[in-house]
Write a new protein. Sequence first.
Length: 179
Amino acid sequence: MSQPRTTPSGNDLADVTRDEADAYRHGEDRPLEGYVLVMAVFAAFVAGAAGLAAATGRRLPNGIGPWDLLLITAGTHKLSRTLSKDAVTSPLRVPFARYSSTGGPAEVMEDVRTASGVRHAIGELITCPFCLDMWIATGFAFGYVFAPRVTRLVAATFTALAGADFLQLLYAKGQQAAE
């Protein structure tokens, strides 16, 4: 005869959750609690912006045209690299990362600080251009709802910077080939 199934108590649930997290980590330093907080902040930002849009009667764009998609895409790429890799923006990352070495042109490589799970998770977010892309693209999307003209200008500026970066790299490659 099987035992009746019971709902775990708060302590049991915490123990099960901790055991599952430990099994997932497999001995590695994965700040899952910090990731949960970062995801909660992102969800709160999205919910707050959507609520504000609804409360103020803002409507979603009928669509995003190819030109706007190009601006958002290239602008997101450049802004995420600027925030996560540029040497000049490294003071913004100091509480969450430590300089490791130089990276690509005008970029640095950094190690994430692991003093706490939250600090570690934020460090991973702000030193990873791929991780920042979601936040920046979402910001641009809401920008199109609240201030499309300003958003286009900001996205176009970062798109121009991305294009200029590629031209600088192409120019350097041409110089190397000429030598």
